[in-house]
Write a protein that binds this ligand. Structure first.
Ligand code: AMP
Length: 215
């Protein structure tokens, strides 16, 4: 298939970014990750203030800001995995007008796992790669394996903000996931396992879903 649109959902720390990067490699997709794009533009003034003002508190950036980013990014790609969007009902409605995704993936983890993973996460501010200080550290401490930049603790990976982000996800995004479960070929994956094990079930279920599209 020339064009392929994939949505990937999951609570924070579920491994969406990690698995999306693998999908990109294996299925020749572009990674459109709203969190990374917003972090790169965190201090850009918009009519609603800067993205950083929302992100540092664990709140969602206003729909209008994120919608504009997604529309622009998707206009440039035919095969994509959209990671971190749509997160609200109104974003889902907006997406309906600008794209026609084919498959949705949901990686699930418990709240306990979300907290544990995010508390130990280090992120590359340049390329978005993430590490776990104990289970998946970089080869050289503090440096990104992919691009060499210095790793950071994201502002919103602090314990006080993590809880807020989990609540926001449950309230605003969990219903969006259910909406797509009814509408698209849907791949459910247990995210409680190490990345290779998650990838093994995700990639085969995803390949089946894609095969099903052409039949
Ligand atoms: P993430 O890297 O996906 O965890 O996103 C980090 C933060 O960026 C979120 O906590 C939000 O503040 C913001 N963000 C990312 N995607 C969206 C979105 N679709 N809608 C609103 N805010 C978003």
């Amino acid at each position: 298939m020339d064009e392929l649109g994939v949505l990937i959902f999951g609570p924070i720390g579920a491994g969406k970014g990690t698995q999306s990067r693998r999908l990109v490699e294996a299925f020749d997709l572009e990674h459109v990750e709203t969190g990374t794009i917003l972090r790169r533009n965190a201090h850009v003034e918009t009519e609603y203030g800067t993205p950083a003002e929302y992100m540092s508190k664990g709140e969602y950036v206003p729909d209008a800001v994120v919608n504009e980013i997604v529309e622009r990014e998707l206009s440039e790609v035919g095969r994509y995995v959209l990671d971190g969007y749509p997160r609200t009902r109104s974003q889902a409605e907006f997406l309906d007008g600008v794209a026609d995704p084919d498959v949705a993936i949901h990686i699930d983890v418990s709240e306990e796992t979300s907290v544990e993973r995010l508390s130990n996460r280090r992120t590359c501010p340049s390329c978005g790669a993430t590490y776990h200080v104990e289970t998946a550290p970089p080869a050289e401490e503090g440096a990104c394996d992919e691009c060499g930049d210095s790793l950071v603790v994201r502002d919103d990976d602090r314990p006080s903000v993590i809880r807020e982000r989990i609540e926001t996800y449950e309230e605003r995004t969990a219903p969006v996931v259910e909406f797509y479960r009814e509408r698209l070929p849907f791949v459910d994956v247990d995210g409680e396992r190490p990345p290779d094990a998650v990838w093994s079930s995700l990639s085969s279920a995803f390949a089946d879903a894609v095969d099903g599209l052409s039949n």
